[in-house]
Write a protein that binds this ligand. Sequence first.
Ligand code: ATP
Ligand code: MG
Length: 263
Amino acid sequence: MNAPLPTLPWYRPVGDECAVFQHCYDNRLPLMLKGPTGCGKSRFVEHMAARLGRPLVTVSAHDDTSAVDLLGRYVLVGGETSWQDGPVTRAVRQGAILYIDEVAEARSDVIVVLHSLTDHRRQLFVERHDEELTAPPEFMLVVSFNPGYQRSLKELKPSTRQRFVGLSFGYPEPAVEEEILVGETGAPPAVTRRLVALASKVRNVEHLGLAEMPSTRLLVDAARLIRSGLPARLACRVAIVEPLTDDPEVAQALNDLVALAFD
Ligand SMILES: Nc1ncnc2c1ncn2[C@@H]1O[C@H](COP(=O)(O)OP(=O)(O)OP(=O)(O)O)[C@@H](O)[C@H]1O
Ligand SMILES: [Mg+2]
């Protein structure tokens, strides 16, 4: 009997992103995903890695991330020093899909370490281990960042950006977002339709001054809570309003919209 096929992480395509990813993979081109928080970037990469049958190595970059963190270091084990690969080195060795989340948060000297991996050389220089690795054909580098994020003034330098093929993610069309909510949570259409209508309203109100708009992720969380029996308005308050704002007036305005959506 054949072994059952592993189930893919579920992903509802919203455009041509699967074809773009596949072609980048086939042509060994690195890919940059841009978009706000919670719009499906990570899920998309998990899905594509599984579809391609490649391991996925994920790294979340932040301003303390050093080249050593990414490449590897010597560690002391029982009085002996031994080399330990960092995630980037490991991913290159394994021919994995390497996903670097929030790449713009990393310092530029760290980002530069990736440059030789992103051009025709596809090489990684692991100086501390005196190693020069060439990425196997299966290796692919994917990075993400959130260009509109107001607290982050960081931008990727053109010399970095222009090494990547770019895909923009946004909030899906209402019908697609409803499908995502149903697929993720099994909530009834009467609930998912209202949640998506609520999100569209909030996304279109300009004077609220929110740092980020409600993401699909927040709607999924709210749908889950409603499906498990929490009253809809309460679910929206804790899963959507509270994560979005600490300002009591803005929260009140949002809760009013919730009350209208779930009257
Ligand atoms: N197209 C989609 N198909 C299936 N699920 C989706 C899709 N888009 C969003 N989701 C749902 O939204 C959740 C959040 O998505 P994900 O974690 O991929 O966001 P992200 O863009 O990586 O956010 P961040 O920038 O914060 O890392 C997922 O766990 C999933 O439930
Ligand atoms: Mg993510």
